[in-house]
Design a protein around this ligand. Structure first.
Ligand SMILES: NC(=O)c1ccc[n+]([C@@H]2O[C@H](COP(=O)([O-])OP(=O)(O)OC[C@H]3O[C@@H](n4cnc5c(N)ncnc54)[C@H](OP(=O)(O)O)[C@@H]3O)[C@@H](O)[C@H]2O)c1
Length: 503
């Protein structure tokens, strides 16, 4: 197996084709990430970037657009060259994704790119489009023979959301696997490109001291929080169809959970890692309807104050129904039925318009078995906690008790902290850099395999089903700028626990 260090070389020669080239994702993430990769010497010299969209543009106009996007979003100037180095390989293909002519034009552009840029016939097709277009594009590519790998590899990156529920995810998988081999499909989850998320594997498996205590004997419970201050930011119509479970829990949060809970893989080969992730998801007990009523909490934000500013209720956002039943907050108690985690609850919560933006994983250890400091007046000792902060700060800390200097025994909660800041300022990054490079290298580890996506839909679909059949009568159920509805606190209080509010 090739190690990641050995793979830190420019990606393989290829044409990088983006469907949805004038969209928000391409502008804010993909183009800046490619510029950043170039600055780090990780783009192949033999690269062509082909943007496909329906607006009338030519290569020159699209090049200006691409260069402006990179400048505006703070991508790094290219080392040993200029932004122009990358821009020189940028081309534009005009066309509607639903029309066969688009794929004929793309086919011609790919042949031209192979000659002009030496792409060796390899191609990445990145579907940066509304999910309703995924099937049409893949059919169009296959119809034009562009998914065949007889003269170079062909890989398709599929953005989230991957399906709307278990059945639609199955149907999309069937469509893709009808024309592509699983090894050609890269289902992307940009959370997995974040440094701290990548560091979770290193933290667990490169430090021998944690593995012996990483189980039900020492861990009391695990909390995962993905909190946002933002509301729906003009994407009300999209959010009405999604809600927080589809938008965050089904993909990002269950991925974080797999990294915390999976067994050590036997190697870092992508399939070995992905096998372990699927095993953990398969071990999560699917909720029966009565469990949903007990162990799943939903909420929707009302008006309130966030970061000193008055903000509107969800139902008053543009594109949102005034009687909307969409959840902007969810908290779940999940149970992982395996030997390592039996009896250790995993509490997940995510919401919009919460008190602070914070993504955090907290591993709460059990209390010491014997309280030795009663005589010194210490009646209870807070158990040790390991916090992994994913964003906005990237840090890991362990809270523990220490004796405050002075006469007598006074215990104080202290933190052992490791912050990414110790590596100095991190270079600007969108979080997509590693993932785009991995696609060019053919490394699938951080991408979701078909069975993994289905396993995560299997976990959340019963919750969504119960919620859609029983309208919430208490919406809006939390004030913007708080930590969510009271029922979320009750979910833990019932078990004698409480949320670790970040900060
Ligand atoms: N934006 C993000 O930060 C973000 C983050 C994570 C995941 N994603 C996912 O990435 C995907 C793209 O998101 P986005 O925010 O970039 O969407 P977007 O801004 O709406 O961009 C989609 C682009 O696709 C084009 N398009 C749609 N139908 C077309 C058709 N039939 N023929 C040709 N062009 C067509 C649109 O063209 P027109 O402009 O001409 O309408 C638009 O430029 C979505 O699946 C989204 O869930 C986005």
């Amino acid at each position: 197996m090739t190690t990641r260090a050995a793979r830190l070389r420019p990606g393989d020669p290829c044409a990088f084709v983006v469907f949805g080239a004038m969209g928000d994702l391409t502008k804010r993430k993909l183009l800046p990430a490619l510029y950043n990769l170039q600055a780090n010497g990780l783009l192949p010299r033999e690269l062509a970037f082909l943007g496909v969209a329906r607006r009338a543009l030519d290569d020159a106009a699209f090049r200006d657009y691409a260069a402006a996007a990179a400048r505006e979003l703070g991508a790094r100037p290219a080392a040993g060259g200029s932004a122009a180095d990358f821009t020189a390989c940028v081309h534009y293909v005009k066309g509607d994704f639903e029309e066969a002519g688009t794929y004929e034009a793309l086919s011609a552009a790919l042949a031209h790119a192979a000659k002009e840029h030496g792409t060796s016939g390899n191609a990445v097709f990145y579907l940066a489009t509304p999910p309703g277009e995924f099937s049409a594009i893949v059919r169009g590519l296959a119809g034009a023979g562009l998914t065949r790998q007889d003269a170079g590899w062909r890989r398709v990156v599929v953005e989230k959301p991957f399906g709307h529920d278990l059945d639609s995810a199955r149907a999309l998988n069937r469509e893709l696997s009808g024309v592509l081999d699983e090894s050609q499909i890269y289902r992307i989850d940009h959370y997995l490109g974040k440094e701290t998320v990548q560091n979770l594997m290193v933290f667990r498996f490169a430090n021998g001291m944690f593995e012996p205590i990483w189980n039900r004997r020492y861990v009391d419970h695990v909390q995962l929080t993905v909190a946002e201050e933002l509301g729906v930011e003009g994407r009300g119509a999209y959010y009405e169809e999604a809600g927080v479970v589809r938008d965050i829990v089904q993909n990002h949060m269950l991925q974080l959970l797999t990294l915390v809970a999976m067994e050590p893989p036997s190697t870092l080969a992508p399939e070995a890692v992905r096998n372990e992730k699927v095993k953990v998801l398969d071990a999560i007990r699917a909720m029966e309807p009565e469990q949903v009523l007990r162990d799943a909490v939903r909420g929707q934000y009302g008006a309130g104050e966030v970061a000193g500013k008055r903000v509107a209720a969800y139902r008053d956002e543009p594109g949102v129904s005034t009687t909307s039943q969409t959840e902007t907050f969810a908290a779940l108690k999940l149970v992982v039925d395996n030997w390592r985690w039996a009896g250790v609850p995993f509490y997940l919560r995510s919401g919009k318009r919460l008190a602070r933006r914070d993504t955090q994983i907290s591993i709460q250890f059990r209390r010491p078995p014997l309280l030795l400091f009663e005589e010194a007046g210490v009646e209870q000792i807070e158990p040790n906690r390991l916090d992994i902060l994913v964003q906005p700060e990237e840090a890991i800390s362990i809270s523990m008790k220490a004796k405050r200097p002075g006469p007598g025994i006074v215990l104080e909660q202290v933190k052992l902290d490791f912050s990414y800041a110790r590596f100095g300022p991190l270079p600007p990054a969108t979080g997509y850099e590693r993932l785009l490079h991995d696609v060019m290298m053919g490394d699938t580890e951080l991408f979701h395999r078909a069975d993994l996506v289905l396993a995560s839909w299997r976990i959340v679909t019963p919750v969504l089903d119960v919620w859609s059949s029983l309208p919430a009568r208490d919406f809006p159920s939390y004030e913007s700028g708080t930590w969510g509805p009271a029922a979320s606190f009750e979910l833990l209080a019932r078990d004698g626990r409480r949320w670790v509010n970040p900060g």
